[in-house]
Ligand binder design. Structure first.
Ligand SMILES: Cc1cc2nc3c(=O)[nH]c(=O)nc-3n(C[C@H](O)[C@H](O)[C@H](O)COP(=O)(O)OP(=O)(O)OC[C@H]3O[C@@H](n4cnc5c(N)ncnc54)[C@H](O)[C@@H]3O)c2cc1C
Length: 429
């Protein structure tokens, strides 16, 4: 347990709670939003923070945290209320996920994969075009998935990455779904598949290819494969620099039969979403927003001599420390501002300015979290980076953000530069 940070720190029972990253009044959140976000923050601070070191050390999936997320109703955070969820919209989910990331990066990142199965099939799909019978069929199917989550605590993951251009949006997925009577046979390989061996369903992005057809991105399917289905295997090890509790091993699929109700989106809708709802790819950033806040919180506590488990030595009187903290605070506020704007304006058919801002927000958070963590280590000094304290884990976890496809830091720079200089379809010929 850590000492509370921030002048708005409140008390829940006997535990002094940290102030929220985004103060509900300052950021004009509704009472319902504030309630959902504080539910995540309390669970993060009072339970997940204490478990994070062991998951990281052992590269172990946070199974216990998932049981708690289920109990708190947070596995169904973005499931509509009429289906037993909390009905959180994109912005509310993002704010809650940042609070979880503040206390356990691996839990927040994997929870993101799970929640996106419901966010994308739910509020996001509701914004997209579908013929009435297709929408009715989609409604019937998604209820099957939502029921499993709400009633049984089922966990969904999102394996996209294959090691080629597909996860960056540049080519059709190499994992193939062959249409057969009543469903599909899925064959392929996914790398960096977080929750491997721990999710109940793998939300696989694959390409539907009938006999004699060529692969096309338009025919992308988003299918929930039961983890226990014949032909599914988890291979390889997982011993990375950071985000160790995500257990992102390799998944293999060999002629895995799935029925039609496994579709998390109807045919063609994922392709439409990727074109028309680009903020769907910003959902990896909340975790790292939380990590940025965590590095800052740590530094304040440490310099004030209030870090539990360390001697009460104050270091705040040195002007160099004060300047470093000021730099961290400025960076943090910059990140918070652009990110809050981006998550607030996420919607179908955003303007070009909004899309460029979303890339800039992703870049700022992913690179900024690690910059703040780096500065925190330099400022706090040698004793602060011992493994008995969370800062070195925050530093390692934060390094992973810029690598996450499809909006890696490099790809964000690439897209901003190109899309700011060229209108759609424009060339120099
Ligand atoms: C902790 C963690 C958890 C993850 N969990 C998941 C998960 O659950 N599901 C999932 O699908 N993936 C997940 N990923 C995978 C992640 O999105 C990447 O696919 C993975 O890091 C492997 O990519 P790579 O860097 O080897 O990619 P490469 O394809 O080798 O690319 C290397 C770099 O080149 C750049 N690049 C790639 N393509 C282009 C292009 N067309 N134009 C310009 N530059 C380009 C990018 O910046 C990229 O970072 C996770 C990654 C991490 C680190």
């Amino acid at each position: 347990m850590t000492a509370p940070v921030g002048k708005n720190a409140a008390t829940a029972g006997k535990v002094a709670l940290d102030a929220p990253i985004f103060d509900p009044r300052a950021f004009r959140l509704s009472a319902e939003q504030a309630d959902i976000v504080s539910r995540a923050r309390e669970l993060g601070q009072t339970v997940f923070a204490g478990r994070a070191a062991a998951y990281d050390r052992e590269a172990k999936f946070p199974t216990e945290n998932y049981r708690d997320l289920h109990r708190a109703g947070l596995l169904g955070i973005s499931i509509p209320k009429r289906h037993g969820g909390l009905g959180a919209d994109y912005q509310t989910y993002s704010l809650a996920a940042a609070e979880i990331g503040r206390y356990c990066g691996a839990t927040a990142l994997t929870w993101n994969m799970h929640v996106c199965s419901t966010l994308w099939s739910g509020p996001l799909a509701d914004d997209l075009d579908m013929e009435a019978p297709v929408r009715a069929e989609h409604e019937r199917r998604r209820v099957i998935h939502y029921k499993r989550i709400v009633e049984n605590g089922a966990i969904y993951s999102q394996p996209f990455s294959e090691g080629g251009a597909a996860a960056a949006g540049g080519a059709a997925f190499g994992t193939e779904a062959k249409p057969v009577r009543g469903g599909w046979l899925v064959t392929g390989k996914k790398i960096f598949a977080s929750l491997s061996g721990h999710a109940d369903y793998y939300g696989v992005l694959c390409t539907e290819i009938a006999e004699g057809e060529k692969a096309s991105r338009r025919n992308t399917l988003y299918l929930a494969l039961p983890a226990k289905a014949d032909g599914v295997s988890v291979v390889g090890d997982w011993d990375p620099l950071g985000m160790r509790g995500t257990v992102s091993r390799t998944l293999l699929f060999k002629d895995v039969f799935v029925e039609e109700d496994a579709a998390l989106m109807p045919r063609g809708v994922y392709f439409q979403a990727a074109q028309r709802w680009p903020h769907m790819f910003l959902t990896l950033s909340p975790t790292y927003m939380g990590l940025a806040q965590a590095a800052y919180d740590f530094t304040v506590r440490y310099l004030r001599g209030e870090m539990p488990g360390t001697p009460p030595v104050k270091r705040r009187m040195y002007p160099t420390k004060q300047i470093a903290l000021a730099q961290m605070q400025i960076k943090l506020e910059q990140i918070k501002t652009i990110w809050f704007q981006a998550i607030t304006e996420a919607r179908a058919n955003p303007s070009k300015e909004q899309v460029l801002r979303a890339y800039a927000a992703q870049y700022s958070v992913m690179e900024g979290a690690n910059e703040i963590a780096t500065l925190a280590i330099r400022t706090c000094g040698g004793q602060a980076m011992l493994k008995s304290l969370p800062l070195e884990r925050i530093y390692r976890d934060s390094r992973c953000g810029a690598l996450m496809l499809p909006w890696t830091a490099e790809l964000c720079l690439d897209r901003i530069g190109r899309e700011a200089l060229y209108e759609q379809g424009e060339t120099d010929d």
